[in-house]
Design a protein around this ligand. Structure first.
Ligand SMILES: [Mn+2]
Length: 320
């Protein structure tokens, strides 16, 4: 596939940006309707890329998208946090949405046969999860530079484009379950597991029960900690959750490992809770200055053999 469009983002006009937003909101609404408003998607593919925070790092994003095409990846899951922090946040949004439209929308018009179109209708190949930077209005992030970057680039129209981007957040899912042939699988979300999870539905419909329950807030904001139990978070939202919480929730969901993002990692990834948690961070540069960024490639061997973060990290992480 020709990839010249990967270099377009810097020069894209407000009209072109608006066009991609129109198309994205159509496709994302359709996808949300098709999964019956659930925020949890089940997938079982052979090659799945899992990408952590991007936060305005356009260079890392381009590299990730190039690898997606080069390695014939079936599906790619972004774990959220696209804008803010990095100064190319506007370009990151354009590139991400354009990428999704090229992969998930264009094939329908072109040469898709009836069966191919049905498969496309059922399953998106590019899955953008919500992070805390794409959260509900009552859980704002600080600082939130995205509206400023839109204004800087597009002047008065920037505000309107920014609001259109914000409107997309509600259409995004917040969790993925990767089913493994051997049984079990991986639970993917931005922050972490909610303390009071009692069923899969608590995760799948957390967004519809917000703010009556704190489950949605916790999915977007939580971080693991060394101790047992749960405690308050310095972030001002979400909680810090212990090993016992992770084990209990993974058992309820029937997952072996939680794969999440949300925290910078010196080497692009880190492992917590005795291998029950893998954290992936996929951006470099100011203001975090981690040495490396990374993504996870779940290939068929990982999907058959690896049961914890140590085994996943030993052969399936790509670092730059
Ligand atoms: Mn985050």
């Amino acid at each position: 596939m020709r990839r010249e469009w990967l270099h377009e983002a810097s020069d894209v006009s407000a009209d072109d940006f608006e066009r991609i937003l129109n198309e994205s909101s159509k496709i994302l609404s359709e996808e949300r309707r098709r999964r019956l408003e659930s925020g949890l998607i089940y997938i079982s593919s052979r090659r799945i890329m899992v990408v952590g925070d991007i936060h305005g790092d356009l260079e890392s994003l381009s590299r990730i998208i190039n690898d997606f095409f080069t390695y014939n990846v079936d599906k790619i899951v972004f774990l959220g946090d696209y804008g803010d922090r990095g100064d190319r946040s506007v370009e990151v949004y354009y590139t991400l949405l354009r990428f999704k439209m090229i992969v998930d929308a264009s094939a329908e018009e072109e040469h898709a046969s009836e069966t191919e179109r049905e498969r496309k209708d059922e399953e998106a190949r590019v899955i953008l999860l919500r992070g805390n930077h794409e959260g509900p209005p009552d859980l704002p992030v600080l600082p939130h530079e995205l509206p400023f970057f839109f204004g800087k680039k597009y002047g008065a129209r920037g505000r309107r484009l920014y609001e259109r981007v914000v409107a997309l957040w509600d259409l995004l899912p917040h969790a993925v379950f990767v089913k493994c042939e051997r049984g079990g699988g991986y639970l993917l979300m931005h922050g972490g597991v909610p303390e009071n999870t009692r069923s899969v539905e608590d995760i799948a419909y957390a967004h519809l029960r917000h703010p009556q329950t704190s489950d949605f807030e916790e999915i977007l904001w939580n971080d693991p900690m060394e101790d047992e139990g749960c405690t308050f978070s310095m972030r001002g939202a979400g909680k810090r959750f212990g090993n016992d919480v992770t084990e209990r929730v993974l058992r309820i969901i029937n997952a072996d490992t939680l794969i999440r993002s949300h925290e910078p990692c010196e080497n692009g990834y880190s492992i917590a809770h005795n291998g029950k948690i893998l954290t992936i961070f996929s951006r470099k540069g100011a203001p975090y200055f981690n040495n490396h960024a990374a993504y996870l490639l779940l290939n068929s061997s990982a999907l058959i053999k690896a049961k914890n973060a140590y085994e996943l990290a030993s052969e399936n992480i790509v670092i730059w």
